[in-house]
Design a protein around this ligand. Structure first.
Ligand SMILES: Cc1cc2nc3c(=O)[nH]c(=O)nc-3n(C[C@H](O)[C@H](O)[C@H](O)COP(=O)(O)O)c2cc1C
Length: 237
C-alpha cells in the first residue's frame, strides 16, 4: 500500500467539488469575458529595470496567440493535424514536455468533427510513435456543445476538440496531494504547446474549462477508469 493512499482521497474530494452540472454551468459560462481591467496590479515604488521584447520568430508566434470563438466548419488537413499534435511528441527518446518525476500523468485525446479522413472519430495520441489510434465514433459538435460549457459565446462549428485527460494515480502514488497539483500544472504545459502550434497554423482556438467530466469520459470510453478531464481546446477556422 502506498503511503499516500489515504491522502489521495482528498484529491478525489477536491475534484468532485469542482464538477459542473446543469445548475451551476450558466453562472460559469458568463464568467469568461476578458476582465483584465479588474485585475489588481502589483506596483513596487522602485527604480525598475526596463527590458526589451525579443525580435525572434518564436516571440512573433507568442504575440499572436489569442482566443477565438467563431468557427465555420473548416476542414483540417493532415499537415495541420500533424502540426497540432507534434507538441506532445517524444523525439530522440525525449518528450517535448517536462513532467514531475517523469510520470507523465496527462494523455491527449481529440474529437474530430471535421478533419480529413478522421471525420466524426475519437482519437488517442500515441506519443512514442507519433500516431493516432481511432478509438470510436464521436457525436456531432451541435449534439455535445451543451456538455462542453461553450455556451452562446462559441459560434459555429469547430473542426476538432482536444481533451487533456489526467491519470492521478501516476503522480498521487508518488507525491500524494501535491501530485494532483502537478497534474493540473502539466496539463497547462500541453495546452500552451498546442496553442502555439495552433497560432503558427493560423487557426482559431479557445480553451474550454467547463466540460462535464462524466459525459466527456463516456465519449472517450474512460467511464470505468479513474481518469480526470482537465480541460478541452476547440480549434478550427
Ligand atoms: C483554464 C482556462 C479555462 C478557460 N475556459 C474558457 C471557457 O470555458 N470558455 C471560454 O470562452 N473561454 C475560456 N478560456 C479563455 C479565456 O477566457 C481567455 O484566455 C481570456 O479571456 C484571455 O483572452 P485571450 O486568450 O484572447 O488572450 C479559458 C482560459 C483558461 C486559461
Amino acid at each position: 500500500m502506498s503511503k499516500y493512499e489515504n491522502l489521495s482521497n482528498l484529491f478525489d474530494l477536491y475534484w468532485e467539488n469542482t464538477n459542473l452540472n446543469d445548475k451551476n454551468i450558466l453562472n460559469f459560462v458568463n464568467n469568461f469575458i476578458n476582465e483584465e481591467k479588474d485585475i489588481e496590479r502589483i506596483k513596487y515604488h522602485t527604480n525598475d529595470v526596463k527590458l526589451d521584447y525579443p525580435k525572434d520568430k518564436l516571440y512573433e508566434i507568442m504575440k499572436m496567440r489569442k482566443s477565438g470563438r467563431n468557427y465555420n466548419n473548416y476542414q483540417i488537413n493532415k499537415k495541420q493535424l500533424s502540426s497540432l499534435f507534434s507538441g506532445f511528441a517524444e523525439i530522440d527518446k525525449h518528450r517535448l514536455l517536462s513532467s514531475a518525476g517523469g510520470k507523465y500523468p496527462i494523455e491527449v485525446y481529440a474529437l474530430c468533427f471535421n478533419v480529413k479522413t478522421l471525420n466524426n472519430k475519437v482519437v488517442y495520441y500515441n506519443y512514442k510513435d507519433n500516431s493516432l489510434s481511432v478509438i470510436g465514433n464521436c457525436p456531432d459538435w451541435n449534439n455535445i456543445k451543451s456538455i462542453t460549457g461553450a455556451g452562446d459565446v462559441v459560434v459555429g462549428k469547430p473542426s476538432i476538440m482536444f481533451i487533456f485527460v489526467g491519470f492521478p494515480n501516476r503522480v498521487v502514488s508518488k507525491y500524494g496531494e501535491r501530485g494532483g497539483r502537478f497534474l493540473l500544472i502539466e496539463s497547462g504545459h500541453y495546452i500552451q504547446n498546442l496553442l502555439l502550434r495552433i497560432t503558427y497554423e493560423k487557426l482559431e482556438a479557445v480553451e474550454l474549462g467547463g466540460l462535464y467530466d462524466n459525459d466527456i469520459k463516456n465519449i472517450l470510453g474512460l467511464e470505468h477508469s479513474n481518469a480526470i478531464i482537465t480541460l478541452g481546446v476547440i480549434c478550427g477556422k
